[in-house]
Design a binder for this molecule. Structure first.
Ligand code: CMC
Length: 375
């Protein structure tokens, strides 16, 4: 029998990566050596995607070319657009819709289904470019609205908000959303990225790995937490009811969504940045209600359990104030995280070995077969 390991692979180091690192003791997250707080303040989502894929920040020329390439790939193949329209008509869950659309993108992307580096980079570009179009089209269609033609001359954050709402966003909203995308782009061997790497390690292609990663992200212990956070804030309704609500949840031995983390022992640095954006957004929109409720919830959870908010906690009211529907919060997470998933698939394939751990068998010892007549 193989030796049992830590439940949930806690603290198990499964392989090297040069893409990102989490230091849970001091609350630091780096992408390729750059602190997430510096990237959030100084860079753009496109720079971060390039950084994750190529290991260095792009030059001005590389960035300009990359932005143009991304914009050129935003339009969807006809069959993918048709599938999204059908799924919108059937009120499909958004994460399921994204998974199905990703699978169909593979069918359409005949030239880049292999795992050669240049094919994989091209396929990754298609996925990062098209996820915003997919999500926005789905939402427009399910509201009975016409899809918006993907803008050709703007960044991912602005393009997404334009396609979602049918009008260009306030530049300050666009910048906040861009920062949210930067903060969600990668996070070492989190559950969905690990799932992607396990799939990639069988030499399956990037589409298959991203399909699996979307499935892993959908659960409430991972990316699905952000939608539940907003449902909680709405249920609480006013700051003065936060404390009692949290007490009630904890008394029922339920989890308060958006709190706790496997790796961070201090506040998640992404939550710190999003908390500030949440406060400023509230001021800009002249509605600090969601920020106020969120802070009261954080205070109550700290007093009761000494747990810190994670990335999903303040991302929920931020997305809400940017006019993003609650049931799209997790697909928005995927719009960003697909950049990290694809970086990890490329890194896995560059130095691959099958990921095949052992189970610690706890079933019955070997025993004689019992014929049907004797049972
Ligand atoms: N609410 C209440 N209690 C909690 C919470 C929470 N959110 N998180 C952890 N705990 C308690 C848990 O009950 C346990 O207490 P005890 O030892 O008394 O039973 C202790 O803290 C350790 O919990 P654990 O489940 O062993 O911790 P874990 O590392 O397995 O789980 C987690 C990490 C993120 C799944 C968990 O904190 C959780 O369920 N949080 C709520 C869901 C959530 O916000 N998920 C988003 C995660 S971060 C971003 C992302 O991946 O999308």
């Amino acid at each position: 029998m193989a030796m049992p390991t830590a439940a949930g692979l806690e603290d198990v180091v499964v392989g090297p990566t040069a893409i990102s690192d989490v230091n849970g003791q001091i609350g630091q997250l780096i992408y390729r050596g750059y602190d997430i707080r510096d990237l959030a303040r100084e860079s753009t989502f496109e720079e971060v995607v390039w950084l994750l894929w190529h290991g260095e920040l792009p030059s001005a020329k590389e960035l300009g070319d990359f932005q143009r390439e991304l914009a050129a790939e935003r339009p969807l193949p006809d069959d993918v657009a048709t599938l999204i329209d059908q799924l919108a008509a059937r009120a499909a869950p958004p994460m399921t819709m994204l998974r199905l659309a990703t699978s169909l993108l593979e069918v359409e992307d005949r030239g880049v289904r292999g795992i050669a580096p240049e094919e994989e980079l091209r396929a990754s570009l298609h996925l990062v470019a098209r996820f915003p179009t997919i999500v926005a089209r789905f939402h427009r269609r399910r509201q009975g609205l016409a899809p918006v033609t993907p803008p050709a001359d703007t960044d991912t954050a602005t393009a997404f908000l334009t396609m979602l709402h049918g009008a260009p966003p306030d530049p300050a909203d666009s910048r906040d959303f861009d920062t949210l995308l930067i903060l969600h782009a990668d996070h070492e061997f989190n559950a969905s990225t690990f799932a992607a790497r396990v799939i990639a390690a069988t030499l399956a292609n990037v589409f298959a790995a991203v399909d699996g990663a979307i499935a892993a992200l959908s659960g409430p212990l991972h990316g699905g937490a952000n939608e539940r956070v907003m449902a909680m804030l709405e249920a609480i309704g006013t700051p003065d009811r936060a404390e009692a609500y949290v007490q009630q949840i904890l008394a029922q031995r339920q989890r308060v969504m958006g709190f706790g983390h496997r790796v961070y022992k201090v506040e998640d640095p992404r939550a710190t940045v999003l908390r500030q954006i949440c406060r400023q957004l509230g001021q800009r929109k002249h509605d600090s209600r969601w920020y106020d409720i969120a802070e009261r919830v954080a205070e109550a959870v700290w007093n009761a359990k000494h747990l810190f908010p994670n990335v999903d906690f303040f991302s929920a009211p931020v997305q809400y104030m940017l006019g993003i529907p609650i049931d799209l919060f997790t697909v928005v997470f995927a719009i960003s995280r697909v950049s990290g998933w694809t970086a990890h698939v490329m890194e896995q394939h560059a130095n691959n070995r099958l990921i095949r751990p052992r189970g610690a068998y706890v079933g019955p010892a070997p025993r004689p077969y019992v014929p049907l007549s004797a049972r």
